[in-house]
Design a protein around this ligand. Structure first.
Ligand code: ATP
Ligand code: MG
Length: 342
């Protein structure tokens, strides 16, 4: 019940989510999806969620949102997440997410939310006109994780701050109510591509919601599109260095090297030992070939799964049933703890 709380009393459980806010990117794949299949095989129960309620914090066309949710489910499965081993479902199908988020809106403080860099980035200069949901987003994310009493949250670097806020919410809830009810979850941020950057701007992360399609590689892009985007990716005029120090202050070059390393299962140093001295005119086609080789089986499998949307919906419904088995007792107990008449 204090900052020193350990999760020893909790069964280890993984939770992570992805928004159906557009098509999946290479960033989502390397930072999240690719690693989910590994965690599922570690023997720890994994819960993976298409967080459609997060997606509507910015305007979504309803028909496109429905399609993006199904395509996202296909992306999980094509990336190796097995809907029998893991629990795979969409957030809105389990009402506890929204219910627990309300309780956490009453635990989290305005100041905590105002510090969130995603809020500042996404609301930009137009905060007065952003949705209240976009501001409260981290409380819903805390609910997503804690509704399953999850102990580990595999995410990209950009979500670290939100997992830290989830920890603060768990600690404050446990403290305020004098319980040890929620675990204090750990962010799990691993690999050589925990923050894949935009192909147009090495200071901005690659995002599915970026207005420029040239800024990202979509998992559904065909080979020509991938090669074209990598060819046009912003770089500098110098050759590639042989050692990591040579990538300092070269964000775009570092990004392409990291993408190569992550796709090829190598470290940055191993890649530089091979490609040091090469010009981008030579390295970019190598990267394009590698990206096509790794991504085309995934996009092929996604396309195949998307031919049977009714099967995808059945998988999501079954996943939601399994998710509710964990979520409902946690939600009921939470309401009892906070003093609701049941
Ligand atoms: P949006 O632009 O709508 O926020 P997104 O591309 O940021 O979309 P999310 O659904 O917000 O995707 O995040 C899904 C997962 O992908 C999270 O674990 C997040 O940390 C990870 N992720 C997102 N972008 C990147 C990136 N550029 N590099 C590595 N991981 C990423
Ligand atoms: Mg995001």
């Amino acid at each position: 019940m204090t900052e020193g709380q350990t999760n020893a009393a909790f069964t280890p459980r993984v939770f992570s989510g992805i928004q159906p806010s557009g098509g999946l990117t290479l960033g989502n794949y390397l930072g999240a999806l690719k690693r989910f299949a590994d965690s599922q095989d570690s023997g720890v129960q994994s819960v993976f969620c298409m967080v459609d309620m997060h997606a509507i914090t910015v305007w979504q066309d309803p028909a496109k949102l429905r399609n993006a949710t199904r395509e996202l489910c296909a992306g999980f499965i094509a990336s190796g997440v097995d809907p029998e081993k893991s629990i795979l479902f969409n957030q809105s199908a389990v009402s506890g997410h929204a219910e627990l988020a309300w309780v956490f809106n009453c635990v989290a403080r305005m100041g905590w939310m105002q510090r969130m860099t995603q809020w500042k980035d996404k609301a930009g200069k137009n905060q007065q006109n952003a949705s209240l949901g976009l501001f409260a987003y981290p409380a819903l994310m805390a609910a997503d994780i804690l509704l399953y009493q999850a102990t580990h949250v595999p995410v990209g670097e950009d979500q670290k701050q939100h997992v830290e806020l989830t920890r603060d919410i768990a600690i404050k809830f446990n403290h305020d109510y004098g319980v040890d009810f929620f675990p204090v979850p750990e962010p799990v941020i691993e690999g050589t591509a925990t923050r894949v950057m935009s192909l147009r701007d090495g200071s901005k992360k690659m995002s599915k919601s970026d207005p420029s399609d040239m800024s990202r590689i979509n998992l559904t892009d065909d080979a020509d599109t991938i090669a074209g985007k990598i060819r046009k990716a912003r770089t500098d005029p110098d050759a590639l260095p042989s050692e990591a120090e040579g990538l300092e202050r070269r964000a775009e070059a570092r990004n392409l090297v990291n993408i190569y390393a992550a796709l090829n299962g190598q470290t940055q140093a191993e890649v530089l030992a091979d490609v040091g001295g090469k010009q981008f005119s030579e390295f970019k086609p190598m990267l394009a070939d590698l990206a096509v080789a790794k991504l085309s089986p995934i996009s092929g499998e996604m396309a195949r799964l998307m031919e049977s949307p009714e099967e995808i919906d059945a998988i999501l419904r079954r996943g939601a049933d399994r998710a509710r088995e964990i979520a409902n007792p946690v939600m009921a107990k939470t309401l009892e703890i906070v003093g609701m008449v049941r």
